[in-house]
Design a protein around this ligand. Sequence first.
Ligand code: AMP
Ligand code: ZN
Length: 115
Amino acid sequence: METDCLFCKIVAKEIPAEIVHETARTLAFRDINPQAPTHVLVISKGHYADAGAVADADDGLADEILKAARSIAVQEGVAESGYRVVFNTGPAAGQTVFHVHGHVLGGRDLGWPPG
Ligand code: AMP
Ligand code: ZN
């Protein structure tokens, strides 16, 4: 655990979150500032700075995060209508919390390009 990391603190239950899905190595909770009717963040319980670091780790964790995103979409009822999984990776992409998280967005027409 990184002691100054917001999402590590959520994993440690030091900061509350509305948890909607959990596996041995992943945790998902509602975004505090939702941008769509469904806006869930899926993270690894272990600390990785971003999706690139998870991909580099190459131990199946990226697969688990994507599978968790799928389960969340089904659970939230957006799997049929459509949903988006976004991993902002790095400052220019808008990443503000440097603990890997996929945004699972759905429940409205999302539009493209994302801006
Ligand atoms: P990003 O800009 O991709 O790094 O996304 C960070 C996301 O974390 C934003 O959508 C925030 O609204 C969200 N966020 C920040 N603090 C919390 C928190 N305490 N609980 C849930 N979501 C949070
Ligand atoms: Zn962390």
